[in-house]
Design a binder for this molecule. Structure first.
Ligand code: FNR
Length: 378
């Protein structure tokens, strides 16, 4: 509201309010290696492009003579009431998006300022305990890249639970990194230089396996991390994952309705429909086009969604297609690069302001109204 009124009042915004301008500004501001890592996707990046473009194939019909002077965007998720259905997706190089290398802490502060939950990646520049300490009263979730070593996986999950995270998001689609030409052409994988491995380096099980302080032999620590990364998860591992924690377990990367059904039958607490922002599989089908069937299959189980969300109207469309909560990735990373927590919070607020205004002008006072209105393909 403040951003909108300032604009109407002739006050220039400090940061862009739309994705195209934000992206252009971030491209000019970010060091090339980090920019390529954040911006890139797999293969020819067609899936990544389709993720965003496909939102234009979906539309909603406005309803008139409805009192939308008050809107309620709040939702319930994992036992907490949230002011909005937006969350920050896990981004493994968040730390490097700010010049001081503490972008994870800046994202956490943006979360505290906006009430938009942060999903903290396994691959962070600051330990997961320090990051959650900066999120204030806003819930946070921990994303697990499951290491091959079971004790190490258990230790990461235990630390997240002890630190107060409200859910464990297990990413399924990245036991190995996708074919990313931008990074391969530039030999550009920040984690391979140890930049985003603080959760491992501070972990007691990791340190025991290494038999040394990671700082004293960074090369050995990184090589150990490489050898441990990427347990191949199958349906047989769900009971083991369940045994690690009392927290809700979310499966990230579910795009097929049969997988959603099977996960629900196995007692999983939430489905996360995502194609990793087009960074992993380059199948060409936009995630938003896969969402309706996944929602249908999930029944009463919450469905989180991300991949290609660039604006408030994208958020409303994803909700109309059945998402319980909607995640954004690259937009907040660009915000962090432009101005740390302040700019990331601005990006989140701009997206939320547009979503709120779309609900106002389209005649949907609540998210339940958005859902029952639905969206149709053009
Ligand atoms: C990611 N993503 C990701 N996902 C995950 O589960 N763990 C991770 O560590 C990362 N790391 C990561 C780094 C970067 C630079 C990007 C851009 C993305 C995927 C992320 O959670 C999310 O699925 C996508 O970013 C959503 O797509 P958009 O919003 O970027 O189009």
């Amino acid at each position: 509201n403040a951003i909108y009124l300032a604009g109407l009042g002739g006050v220039l915004p400090k940061y862009p309010v739309d994705f195209a301008t934000l992206k252009a500004r971030a491209e000019a501001a970010m060091p090339p290696a980090i920019l390529h890592y954040v911006q890139g996707g797999c293969g020819d990046e067609y899936t990544q492009d389709r993720n965003a473009l496909a939102f234009h194939d979906w539309g909603m019909v406005p309803r008139m003579l409805v009192d939308t002077s008050q809107r309620d965007l709040s939702i319930e998720l994992f036992g907490s009431k949230l002011p909005s259905p937006l969350f920050m997706s896990p981004i493994g190089v968040t730390g490097l998006c700010t010049q001081d290398g503490h972008g994870d802490l800046a994202a956490a502060r943006a979360s505290a300022q906006t009430g938009v939950p942060l999903t903290v990646s396994t691959l962070t520049n600051d330990p997961l305990e320090d990051i959650i300490a900066a999120t204030g009263d806003t819930p946070a979730y921990f994303q697990l890249y499951t290491p091959k070593n079971h004790e190490l996986a258990a230790s990461l999950v235990r630390r997240a639970e002890n630190a107060g995270y409200k859910a464990i998001v297990v990413t399924l689609d990245t036991w190995v990194t996708g074919w990313r030409p931008r990074d391969l052409n530039n030999a550009n994988f920040p984690q391979l230089r140890g930049h985003v491995l603080q959760n491992y380096f501070t972990d007691p099980v990791f340190r025991e396996l290494l038999g040394a302080d990671p700082a004293s032999d960074l090369r050995a620590a990184v090589l150990l991390w490489v050898s441990l990364f990427g347990k191949v998860l199958t349906w047989n591992d769900l009971d083991w994952l369940r045994s690690l924690t009392r927290l809700p377990i979310v499966l990230k990367g579910i795009c097929h309705p049969d997988d959603a059904r099977r996960a629900v039958d196995a007692g999983i607490d939430a489905i996360y429909c995502s194609n990793h922002g087009g960074r992993q599989a380059n199948g060409g089908i936009a995630a938003i086009d896969l969402l309706p069937a996944v929602v249908d299959a999930a029944g009463a189980t919450p469905v989180l969604f991300d991949s290609g969300v660039r604006s408030g109207s994208d958020v409303v469309k994803a909700l109309a297609l059945g998402a319980t909560a909607v995640g954004i990735g690259r937009p907040y990373a660009y915000g962090l690069a432009l101005g740390g927590a302040e700019a990331a919070a601005h990006v989140l607020r701009s997206i939320l302001a547009e979503a709120d205004l779309m609900m106002a002008v389209n005649g949907y006072p609540t998210i339940a109204d958005v859902r029952s209105a639905g969206a149709s393909r053009r």
